[in-house]
Ligand binder design. Structure first.
Ligand code: GDP
Length: 449
């Protein structure tokens, strides 16, 4: 029944023996798993290699968080490195979202391949700027190759309740851009969104056209729209656009699909351009700010472990844990310490909930649930211990029949429950003594047992 707690305590000893720091072996083991997760999430190989190396340097020697496994802790370190690589660092804060810090009319150039969601995103941005930032927005389609594209933008503008530049048949992209900027100046628009033509794939003509528009319109933002579902192809697209046109930010669309988001990481690494927004659906309000932590979670697919480690790091008081460990080593662990231990575990939420977060633990979880080792039991145990006098807690052997009755009555439990608790405590003390001996032998052998 006390397996879980026992395992935990064993864990404390293990880690003490490991001198409280993550070892090369711990890290290597966890990184193998991480590497596969990253490759499966479609992160480019060189980016994976670079990340894994950086994590290894950072993780080895890091102080262990007791109560989670070293592998779990490494996964958390990887997660943090991912968040950073995706632009989650503090210095990156200002790079998220559209930069509106420029005189009106502020031109935004939208570029990308056909079908990437460029026109839809133009409409989404227009809606957001109008409603959230209270901007007067003008939309203009420079796509003279597909008349349908101009109509599509007009329809989106209607839905977003913003103005769309009227279509003038026969005008070239530069002429349309000039007209848009002129109208914006005269009619006091705050923002002009120029939606350029796309192609099915990168070609020189398209790039030249987009580059010419950019040189002319001098946009404050040049946003590249890429489809998250196209994975590594989208990274190549981004590289080409950035080299040949230059972009200030990336909008990833279709993150509502099942792409695992590895491309987002490669994108940052390959182009250096920050991801500013995410498209998460066909509706006009399906535009999200970019949250590096959510994408990291998607890439690694181990969000539960990450939150487990975070909770453990927050709730388990390291100093307290070390004090308990020292007491165990000296064999002076008493019921007061035991109550402390229960409190710490209780703080982490229900045990079965925590265990449920760990992969591959289903069987053990069922056993523990059978044994009813859950919150309510921990609470009852805590109640029993708090109904004891300090003397009784320090010297449990004092607790005989009459004291047991008093404690049961005081804690609203039964004598059987008090007995069970005392028995468990005895078993645990025995186990600790044995582990201690083993541990000392191990140390005398001069090694890491
Ligand atoms: P463009 O050729 O780059 O202008 O692409 P469109 O804006 O015409 O979008 C192509 C298709 O993708 C349309 O059917 C859009 O509704 C759809 N689309 C755009 N963005 C998203 C998104 O974030 N999620 C989903 N599921 N569909 C999107």
């Amino acid at each position: 029944m006390f397996e879980a707690l026992g395992n935990r305590l064993t864990g404390v000893f293990d880690k003490l023996r490991r001198r409280g720091a993550l070892s090369d072996a711990d890290v290597a083991e966890a990184l193998r798993e991480v590497r596969v997760a990253l490759l499966e999430a479609d992160v480019a190989l060189p980016v994976v290699k670079d990340l894994v190396n950086r994590v290894r340097d950072r993780a080895v020697g890091q102080e262990v968080i007791r109560s989670v496994s070293p592998a779990q802790q490494v996964i958390k370190i990887v997660n943090d490195a991912l968040v950073e690589a995706l632009g989650g660092g503090e210095g990156d804060d200002g790079k998220r979202g559209i930069d509106l810090n420029a005189p009106s009319p502020l031109p935004i150039l939208m570029v990308g391949l056909q079908g990437s969601g460029k026109t839809t995103t133009s409409g989404k941005i227009a809606l957001r700027l109008r409603t959230r930032d209270r901007k007067k927005v003008l939309l203009a389609s420079l796509d003279v190759h597909r008349p349908a594209a101009q109509l599509q933008l007009q329809q989106l503008a209607d839905r977003a309740e913003v103005t769309c530049l009227p279509i003038v048949a026969g005008q070239k992209p530069l002429e349309i851009a000039a007209r848009a900027l002129d109208v914006a100046r005269r009619e006091l628009f705050d923002v002009v969104i120029l939606d350029t033509a796309g192609r099915l794939s990168i070609d020189a003509e398209l790039m030249a056209e987009v580059a010419a528009v950019k040189a002319f319109a001098k946009p404050h933002e040049t946003l590249l729209v890429v489809d998250a579902m196209t994975g590594q192809d989208s990274v190549q697209t981004a590289r080409a656009f950035n080299e040949q046109v230059g972009v200030t930010g990336i909008v990833m669309t279709r993150v509502d699909g099942d792409a695992r988001g590895g491309a987002a990481l490669s994108m940052r690494a390959v182009t250096g351009a920050p991801i500013k927004l995410l498209g998460a659906g066909e509706k006009l309000d399906a535009l999200e700010d970019f949250h590096p932590d959510r994408i990291a979670n998607r890439i690694l697919g181990m969000g539960d472990i990450v939150s487990l480690v975070e909770r453990a790091a927050e709730t388990i008081d390291q100093a307290e844990a070390e004090k308990l460990a020292r007491k165990m080593q000296k064999g002076s662990f008493d019921l007061e310490d035991y109550a402390q231990q229960i409190k710490q575990i209780g703080k982490m939420g229900s045990l079965s909930g925590i265990l449920g977060m760990l992969p591959g633990i289903g069987k053990m979880k069922a056993q523990i649930e059978n044994a009813n080792l859950d919150q309510s039991m921990l609470k009852r145990q805590a109640a029993i211990i708090s109904s004891m006098t300090v003397k009784e807690r320090r010297k449990p052997e004092l607790i005989k029949a009459s004291r047991k009755k008093r404690i049961a009555a005081g804690s609203g439990t039964t004598v059987q429950e008090v007995n069970r608790l005392l028995k468990q405590f005895d078993d645990m003390s025995d186990m600790m003594k044995r582990m201690n001996k083993m541990g000392q032998k191990g140390m005398m052998r001069g090694g890491l047992a």
